[in-house]
Design a protein. Sequence first.
Length: 210
Amino acid sequence: MSLTLIIGDKTYSSWSLRAALALELAEAPYSELLIPLNRADSKARILEHSPTGKVPLLQTEEGPVWDSLAIGEYLAESFPEAYLWPRGEYARAVARSVCAEMHSGFTALRTHMPMDLKRDQALAEIPAEVQADIRRICELWAECRANFGQDGPFLFGHASLADAFFAPVAARLRGYRVDLPAVAAAYVATIYHWPAFQRWYQAAQEEQLG
């Protein structure tokens, strides 16, 4: 299977990171095409590959798959032996629920704490709506760890698409030096020890931004 992932800057593109981690979970060989964001020609270059003008996009032998959640589902179906979703019907339903909540929610966090893997500085003040998002995220993580995390340090024990979706959030919370409850802090540490995340993070540190 020939796969190419179209991504944006590794420092900033949280959705690209999610798709890349999904490919790592699938252990699928793929090539990568990085298109720098926030430049005069960025949209035009992305439109050469993506009908939405956004990244990520996974180019498959059959055609393009866009949107990180769709990419994750495509890989889960293409590589069932990799268990990108956790085992068990209810666990999978909850994992899909938390991914969907991440996919469509937490607008305040996205707005005030955009992903920046080079950042290591707290905000002067965290707005109330961002604090509410952070509380909800910590609740989600604690519930997943308590109910499904017995077999490992990830949200559902083993690494899954749920972790791919929340890895950029973990990076935000560390980069903005947010004080966290013990369970959430331990989960952030788990993400930073995840080899798939480490590879992306190191590449971001070496990235030359225009």
